[in-house]
Design a protein around this ligand. Structure first.
Ligand code: HEM
Length: 313
């Protein structure tokens, strides 16, 4: 059917319910494991199995009375479950998409490679007894794995919408997702450098300082994280404004609004984390919410770029 702007909408391919099930379940499990990984960290269970892998302190199962060993062991088991779900996703992608849409297969293969790297990094984190650089890479790898799974699901399941003009929304969504990733890395830097409680007040650092060079390097690192959150929040407001001005689709609007709502919640949780002197529960919720906002922005970006391709033909 001819479209306004002289563009044609590409014929959308029917999506595979099996692929949608496996890819989205694997992404949801990955989000669960990200939260559980944060639990491993905040409960100081990272070396619950010693620097031993794949065994746990030299045995297959941890002793019943060793809670930190169980937490770390369950984290590994959870990762193995994701591996099984990932294999099923890969098998369906190969069977269903290798002839009809190589992008879905390529993105699923990317997720599989990321999973292998992520598991290897987990083992390195254990062998080297939690060096901050590798712990940060492990967190970043978890986010990229979830993003690849979500993108594969969007590529497979999203039917390009009726015509949209080529405008700034896809680029803005991508910039927001990139900023969310940067904020996650600055958060990991705060933790890795031991700067979590370097500022005891909120939203500014002690004495109302914005960049407290006169206090300590750790306080500056802490404030860099908060300032990048502030920059990201401004970018999110601009994104929402553009989405509500230029997009009619309920799904796009809901995802943008959902990301902003979670971001507001996240800012509150960040404050609670400071006021509770790094309460464990708030630390775990903080990582979970960061992953959720990131996941929504990645999904929005993927949807927008698919729509844009359909406009450009
Ligand atoms: C799909 C696979 C995996 C995902 C998505 C994942 C995700 C995560 C996340 C998000 C954290 C929290 C990091 C933070 O808050 O900074 C974490 C912590 C951790 N993970 Fe994994 N992980 C995976 C596999 C593994 C494997 C296979 C191992 C061990 C062989 C492992 C060992 C650890 C350890 C030791 C920690 C705690 C680090 C610390 O205490 O600082 N992970 N994981």
């Amino acid at each position: 059917m001819p479209m306004p702007n002289g563009t044609e909408q590409k014929q959308a391919m029917p999506s595979s319910p099996a692929f949608m099930f496996w890819s989205l379940s694997t992404a949801a499990l990955t989000l669960g494991l990200i939260v559980f990984g944060a639990v491993v960290r905040v409960t100081d269970s990272g070396l619950g199995c010693g620097s031993d892998w794949p065994l746990c302190n030299g045995t297959l199962f941890p002793p019943l009375d060793n809670i930190t060993a169980w937490i770390e062991w369950l984290h590994r088991l959870f990762a193995a479950l994701i591996g099984l779900f990932g294999l099923a996703t890969l098998a369906v992608a190969w069977r269903r998409y290798r002839q009809v849409d190589r992008r879905v297969l390529s993105m699923t293969v990317t997720a599989a490679i990321l999973f292998v790297l992520q598991s290897g990094l987990g083992a390195v984190v254990v062998f080297l007894e939690l060096p901050p650089t590798f712990v940060t890479l492990h967190l970043g790898g978890a986010m990229l794995l979830m993003a690849a799974l979500l993108t594969a699901a969007v590529l497979a399941g999203h039917k390009p919408s009726a015509v949209e003009r080529v405008d700034s929304v896809p680029m803005l969504a991508a910039a927001n997702a990139a900023m969310a990733f940067l904020v996650i890395l600055t958060g990991a830097l705060v933790r890795g450098s031991g700067a979590t409680l370097a500022c005891t007040t909120w939203p500014l650092c002690d004495g109302g300082a914005v960049l407290p060079f006169d206090q300590s390097l750790l306080a500056v690192i802490n404030m860099i994280h908060r300032l990048s959150v502030a920059a990201m929040s401004i970018m999110l407001v601009i994104l929402i404004g553009q989405v509500y001005r230029k997009r009619e689709q309920a799904l796009i609007r809901r995802i943008a609004l959902g990301a902003a709502a979670l971001q507001i919640l996240q800012i509150g949780v960040g404050a609670l984390f400071v006021f509770s002197a790094a309460g464990r529960e708030w630390g775990a919720v903080h990582v979970g919410l960061a992953a959720a906002v990131w996941g929504m922005l990645v999904t929005l970006t993927a949807l927008e770029y698919i729509n844009r391709r359909s406009v450009q033909g």
